[in-house]
Design a protein around this ligand. Structure first.
Ligand code: NDP
Length: 457
């Protein structure tokens, strides 16, 4: 018996190692994709030990290979008539449990590695929400910063002219991400509608409220992250009330994380953008950040002109040297490295909630776990955005709209459920308290079982 268990454990480890080596060989230089795969496959070893059928049916080697990767040219003209060419991507990673679903990112750093890492994470995240949505992601190396509205519109129209051939409300439903907010979704929806020749509301989510959007979608990722962290805190008798919180970024996720944490009694002492961060010991005012970043599209440094209690510092990583009990990385991938993690721990951090995708390096996560810091991984903690996107699809299908409170209540229930199913899976597979492993396993099982049911496809 003991011998059989040992054999199974080494077979599972060898299987995972072999699949990971193949991923590296087939996707050379795609470091972000390798990192995302590594984090997930390592935590699945106990699953393969317990259920060898997943190995026998090649579930993992199929899971790490996108069903489809679309790569296209996006030509557009600026206001002076100069022609520019950007690259567009869409990775349709896995449709076992529903249509591909995942955001579009417009940022100069976007390439195949970035969209694959995001798309791969999205498979298990979407599964964790309990809703019928598969995993996808896309975007472009276009930078909307500093462009006029007319330039952004022409770019979005050109992007959608090509992407529109591959999406649909039962096929693939994109949404926003970094650099893609309500304005960009509006332009893309307008172009899709024109090409498709009808109003297929469910083809994109994150739409404006007046044309098929869901109430509480804008707030969903930030609020959802706070609801998730609140569950983690409660498990240790802690709470947001009276705590000091640091939130990186000042975009969609950060703004609403700041608002909800403040509503729950926390003092959010810092937030940032890609140039620097602001520190205000009296608490960051949500309304100012929202107006500066969402409406006026200005830099976070301008905050100090309106609030003399705040100070601005150049550079991003310094934000993690500010003492806090709760840290919420809500900006971008790999923003907390081992050094920043050590500083947070030395300053007494008790909980990390990943609002952004993969904001902590693998070394940083190890440091948090080794120091008993509560750690809410991205695919669980930031799943609120895609969860409400799926609720937007449901409302579009019903041709009916729920109130803000109805959507927010559903979001709250979904985040609690993600927390409890992650805790349960971590317990069942021998890693109590490890939500990275728990979330990966809970998300994986549903997808793997659907793949088994569908045969080798
Ligand atoms: P936004 O474009 O709205 O905001 C991104 C913010 O992060 C901006 O303030 C940006 O600053 C800042 N930023 C970018 N790079 C850095 C950096 N290196 N250091 C500090 N700040 C930086 O994007 P979102 O808020 O939508 O997305 C943020 C993260 O959350 C991403 O990882 C995204 O994938 C993830 N996410 C988003 C969801 C959503 O519903 N929107 C859902 C789930 C995850 P600047 O203004 O200078 O560019």
């Amino acid at each position: 018996m003991l011998q059989t268990e040992t054999n199974r454990a080494s077979a599972a480890q060898a299987y995972v190692a072999e699949v990971f080596e193949t991923v590296k060989r087939r996707n050379p230089g795609e470091t972000e994709f390798h990192q995302a795969v590594k984090e997930i496959v390592d935590s699945l070893v106990p699953v393969f030990e317990k259920h060898p059928v997943y190995m026998e049916q090649g579930i993992l080697e199929r899971l790490v290979e996108p069903e489809r990767l679309i790569h296209f040219r996006v030509p557009w003209t600026d206001d002076k008539g100069k022609v520019h060419v950007n690259r567009g991507f869409r990775v349709q990673f896995n449709s076992s449990i529903g249509p591909y679903k995942g955001g579009l990112r417009f940022h100069p750093s976007v390439n195949a590695s970035i969209v694959k890492f995001l798309g791969f994470e999205q498979i298990l995240k979407n599964s964790l929400t309990g809703q019928p949505i598969g995993g996808g992601k896309g975007g472009s190396d276009f930078d909307p910063k500093g462009k006029s509205d007319a330039e952004v519109m022409r770019f979005c129209q050109s992007f959608m002219t090509e992407l529109g051939k591959y999406i649909g409300s039962d096929l693939d439903v994109p949404a926003g991400d970094i650099g893609v907010g309500g304005r960009e979704i509006g332009y893309m929806f307008g172009q899709y509608k024109r090409i498709a020749g009808g109003n297929e509301a469910g083809v994109l989510t994150g739409k404006g409220i007046g044309y098929g959007g869901s109430l509480a979608r804008t707030e969903a990722t930030g609020y959802g992250c706070i609801y998730f962290v609140n569950e983690m805190l409660k498990s240790k008798g802690l709470s947001f009330d009276g705590s000091k919180v640091v939130v990186s970024g000042s975009g969609n996720v950060s703004i609403y994380a700041i608002q909800k944490a403040t509503q729950l009694g926390a003092t959010v002492v810092a937030c940032s953008d890609s140039n620097g961060y602001i520190y205000d010991p009296t608490g960051i005012k949500f309304e100012t950040v929202q107006r500066l970043k969402e409406v006026e599209r200005k830099r976070i440094s301008e905050y100090v002109n309106e609030h003399p209690t705040a100070t601005y510092f150049e550079g991003c990583s310094g934000i993690w040297t500010i003492p806090c009990e709760i840290a919420l990385p809500c900006a971008t991938q790999n923003e907390i490295d081992a050094d920043s993690a050590r500083k947070l721990v030395a300053n007494g951090v008790q909980a990390i909630g990943e609002g952004a995708n993969m904001p902590s390096t693998l070394e940083a996560i190890d440091i948090f776990h080794a120091n008993d810091v509560l750690f809410g991984p991205a695919k669980a903690a930031n799943a609120g955005g895609v969860a409400v996107s799926a609720l937007e699809m449901a409302q579009n299908s019903m041709r009916y709209a729920w109130s803000f409170h109805e959507v927010d209540d559903k979001l709250h229930a979904i985040m609690k459920n993600i927390y409890t199913s992650s805790v349960k899976a971590a317990d069942e597979y021998g890693h109590p308290g490890n939500l990275v492993i728990g979330a990966n396993i809970a998300g994986f099982l549903k997808v793997a079982n659907a793949m088994l049911a569908h045969g080798i496809v």
